[in-house]
Design a protein around this ligand. Structure first.
Ligand code: FES
Length: 149
């Protein structure tokens, strides 16, 4: 027998399915790679035009993204975008990962409503920022001492 909470949850999901793909709902409700990272090799914090912020941390081994995590104070769609962009980045070489763009995030999420597409842009921009940070730190490692994250 299903509880009234489960019924309520199913009702909400049914409403969400009218607008979002199954993948977007899944990554929004069960986000992967959430949290900050100690001793990250790359980090970025970006605030989008909507005022929401995303942070991404990267661990890089042998030129490959070994791990990626994110945090956001944004909407459910930005949670889904942060979750999928970190999944897309993991296991990719730095040069492959830096090419991940808004369209890649949207495709991986099975699309988003037009008014939410900027959430995918925020995720892609934050990933790129974290990669830029990694590359800058690699060039000038002494700057790490001045970094807050
Ligand atoms: Fe701002 Fe989604 S509404 S990131």
């Amino acid at each position: 027998m299903t509880s009234s909470w489960e019924q309520f949850e199913e009702l909400i999901k049914a409403e969400m399915r009218k607008v979002y793909s199954e993948t977007a709902i899944d990554h929004s409700m069960n986000p992967r790679n959430v949290g900050d990272m100690k001793d990250a090799d790359g980090f970025a914090k970006v605030t989008g035009p909507c005022g929401d912020t995303m942070e991404i941390w990267l661990k890089v081994k042998n030129g490959t993204v070994a791990n990626a995590t994110f945090m956001t104070d944004g909407c459910g769609t930005s949670i889904a975008a942060g979750s999928i962009v970190t999944e897309l980045a993991k296991g990719k070489s730095i040069s492959e990962a830096r090419r991940i763009n808004q369209q890649d995030v949207l495709s991986a999420l099975g699309g988003l409503p037009e008014e939410s597409e900027h959430c995918a842009l925020l995720a892609a921009n934050t990933l790129r920022g974290a990669i830029r940070d990694y590359l800058a730190m690699k060039k000038e490692p002494w700057k790490r001492a001045y970094r807050k994250h």
